[in-house]
Design a protein around this ligand. Structure first.
Ligand code: G3P
Ligand code: CA
Length: 319
């Protein structure tokens, strides 16, 4: 991964458009990424999965029943199957069972229509974008907006895909290289929840890597070696030291940085940021969002945590 001088090194927080401006357009569409950049985001964040013919596309999950109109397409009805996705049984349609050409016939739609009703007016107007299309978009916008829009791709379920013979990481390396983006100083971060995958990328990429963690305490290793350690172990001083050997940053859930008390109020920060900085890791917490905050209680979704209170107070606390 990148040498220290390649890190962004700025004192102010970065603004990363999570899945694009996903509160305003269906997530992971070119429209969502473009709006994020126009709203001031410095990076857009494509989650990456892979097609049957090995093309990286932006979706949060390989299962696309909820983020495309595939369920309403009779010609694909026979492709609905149940699979084991990292230990969870999921029924639906899977990017790895579609060629890019087939996927391009689908329309991206809003994932949580009850929470983001305003986004549903855009349903059915957008394609599932490839990583190459996202890069092309950020280049066009960088020229137009006269500031560089970076990309912050996340490899989703790389071990799952590897078992299917569809290696996601080498394709990411190829796409970054093809675009001249595998170099220190490129406005790119690569992130993943999977440790083995990041260690592999560390030997091949020259851009900064970010180890994502989760507050859930679930084991992080889906490979055959079956390391029983959990994300919480990774956030201890010893775990962070290990992370710093292959990554440049830590991407914790924001509750791991500033937890909330039983009433949902912001509690005292943990030592995580200090501990991570001590071993040279940047910290990029996720995710600040407002959907539930502005909706009447009967429209709030269990898909989005309801404890976000005052977003601005929270942002200030992180600042
Ligand atoms: O950048 C961290 C964040 O993207 C991880 O969460 O589930 O939204 O991809 P998720
Ligand atoms: Ca992500």
């Amino acid at each position: 991964s990148a040498a220290p001088e390649a890190r962004h090194g700025q004192a102010e927080p970065l603004v990363i458009g999570h899945r694009g401006a996903s509160g305003y357009r269906p997530e992971h569409t070119l429209a969502a990424y473009e709006l994020a950049a126009r709203m001031g985001a410095e990076y857009v964040e494509p989650d990456l999965v892979i097609t049957k013919d090995g093309v990286l596309v932006a979706r949060h999950e390989p299962e696309i029943g909820g983020t495309t109109d595939v369920a309403g397409r009779p010609e694909f009805a026979g492709r609905k199957v149940t699979k084991d996705l990292d230990g969870v049984q999921v029924t639906g349609w899977w990017t790895e069972d579609f060629t890019l050409a087939e996927l391009k016939t689908l329309n991206a739609v809003e994932r949580i229509p009850d929470v983001r009703q305003q986004n549903t007016v855009y349903n059915g107007r957008y394609e599932v974008p490839t990583l190459q299309e996202v890069i092309d978009l950020t280049r066009r916008l960088s020229r137009e907006l006269r500031r560089e829009i970076g990309i912050y791709p996340e490899t989703k379920h790389p071990t799952y895909f590897q078992r299917l013979g569809l290696a996601l990481e080498p394709e990411l390396v190829r796409v970054l290289e093809r675009n001249g983006l595998n170099r220190p100083g490129a406005k790119v971060f690569v992130q993943s929840f999977e440790v083995a995958n990041l260690k592999w990328l560390d030997r091949r990429l020259r851009v900064p890597l970010v180890q994502l963690t989760s507050a859930s305490g679930r084991p992080y290793d889906f490979t055959a070696s079956g390391d029983p350690r959990t994300y919480r172990d990774l956030m201890t001083p010893a775990g962070l030291r290990e992370v710093s050997t292959y990554a440049d940053g830590l991407g914790p859930a924001k509750d791991s940085v500033i937890p909330r008390d039983a009433s949902g109020n912001l509690a005292q920060p943990t030592s995580l940021v200090r501990d991570a900085h001590r071993v040279g890791l940047e910290v990029h917490p996720y995710t600040f969002r407002v959907e539930n905050q502005f909706l009447p209680a009967n429209l709030r979704s269990s898909a989005v945590p309801s404890d976000y209170g005052d977003l601005f107070a929270e942002l200030e606390a992180f600042w």
